[in-house]
Design a protein around this ligand. Structure first.
Ligand code: B12
Ligand code: SF4
Length: 306
């Protein structure tokens, strides 16, 4: 089976860093971590290629090569997604779509053969099983309503009775698919979810309020993987709010990262996103600095006191 993983183009916004990137050689800020994680969950023997449209053009010849095109996107990539779907339809290749854009509104997209929604750790295995049995459905979704649970063929929708994934099952992203030189920074994810509830933010809808975390071994193995692939420089912890579970971060994760960074002579600098209550915690700030965090992104979106 040949799988083409496609990451649609961003429009020209602040976060695209289009103008800033001109001063350094990379073409895009970050690689698509969701697609690389999904790629690592697909059968080992399947052939996989990645086209990140923020660094290269998607050609018909790429689409013709594939048996399935896997698309991931966030809302800001909507227009490009529509064009990718059109191109796939023109060459007659089947489409599997997942990620935040589709999980929060798949009904807006016609022409997609299979929606594999929510976290792939939960839904992808059901799709792969049905595909093997020749009866893949139109929609795979995580839902807590037990009445909607129906995983048998030939229904058109499968509701998996499990809302959020255990990150201990999450594999190391398939970094082999990426040309690291084209990016300003690499990424790693340690946790999902956020204890807060800012009204504009899709994070808690998608990933819940309960912090789910990887183990310290997983974090160190992911750093080691990036290092062994030759990466040196920035690494973005893409967590929604890295300090959502301060205790585990302070007691387990940061000490392991500090240890690894010291052994490897600080090959990376880290960036991340945190809630503003980081400022209350000197010990945590000191540990983060010792681990190699050089900047944090703090969103001050509300004047309401917590
Ligand atoms: C890193 C990040 C970015 C990076 C992008 C880096 C990149 N190349 O991906 C930066 C900082 C640039 C960014 C910017 C923005 N972002 Co952003 N970002 C994130 C963040 C924090 C992590 C993404 C990530 O790597 N996750 C780790 C991977 C493993 O998770 P994942 O991608 O969700 O993938 C999993 C599943 O979704 C699924 N899956 C994903 N893709 C696919 C595909 C298939 C085929 C299948 C089967 C499954 C599947 O399986 C994966 C494993 O479980 C998320 C929040 C989050 N927790 O995900 C927000 C998030 C994706 N961003 C969001 C938004 C809104 C934005 C902005 C528009 C914000 C703004 N107003 O400017 C900008 C727009 C960017 C632009 N250029 O204009 C929203 C998207 C909402 C939505 N419904 O689409 C999110 C969810 C955060 C939020 N606040 O709600 N972002
Ligand atoms: S603190 Fe950040 S991640 Fe958490 S709900 Fe608010 S905006 Fe979303």
């Amino acid at each position: 089976m040949k799988i083409l993983l496609v990451y649609p183009e961003y429009p020209d916004t602040f976060w695209s860093f289009k103008w800033a990137l001109k001063f350094v050689s990379p073409k895009a800020s970050f690689p698509p971590l969701g697609l690389l994680t999904v790629a690592a969950m697909l059968p080992h023997e399947w052939e996989k290629k990645l086209v990140d449209m923020n660094i290269e053009t998607l050609r018909d010849k790429d689409l013709e090569w594939a048996d399935y095109v896997f698309i991931s996107a966030m809302s800001v990539q909507r227009e490009s997604v529509k064009k990718v779907i059109e191109s796939c339809k023109k060459v007659g290749v089947k489409i599997v779509a997942g990620g935040p854009l589709f999980t929060t509104g798949y009904e807006d997209f016609e022409g997609v053969d299979h929606f594999v929604l929510n976290e792939a750790e939960i839904t992808l295995k059901y799709f792969l099983e049905d595909l093997k049995n020749g009866c893949a459905k139109h929609v795979y979704s995580a839902d807590q309503n037990p009445d909607m649970l129906n995983n048998g063929c030939p229904n058109q929708e499968a509701y998996v009775h499990e809302k959020f994934a255990d990150l201990k099952e999450t594999p190391i992203p398939l970094w082999e698919l990426v040309n690291m030189k084209k990016y300003a920074s690499m990424c790693i994810q340690y946790s999902r979810g956020c204890p807060f509830n800012c009204e504009f933010c899709d994070v808690t809808l998608l990933f819940g309020h309960k912090m789910r975390t990887k183990t310290r071994e997983q974090v160190v193995n992911e750093l080691e993987k990036l290092y062994s692939m030759g990466w040196r420089g920035g690494v973005f912890f893409v967590d929604d709010n890295l300090i959502g579970n301060k205790r585990k971060l302070k007691r387990e994760i940061l000490p392991a990262v500090i240890d690894w960074m010291k052994k490897r002579k600080y090959p990376f600098t880290f960036q991340t996103q945190v809630s503003v209550n980081l400022a209350d915690d000197d010990e945590l700030m000191e540990l983060m600095v010792e681990a190699g965090f050089e900047s944090v992104f703090v969103g001050i979106e509300t004047p309401v006191n917590f």
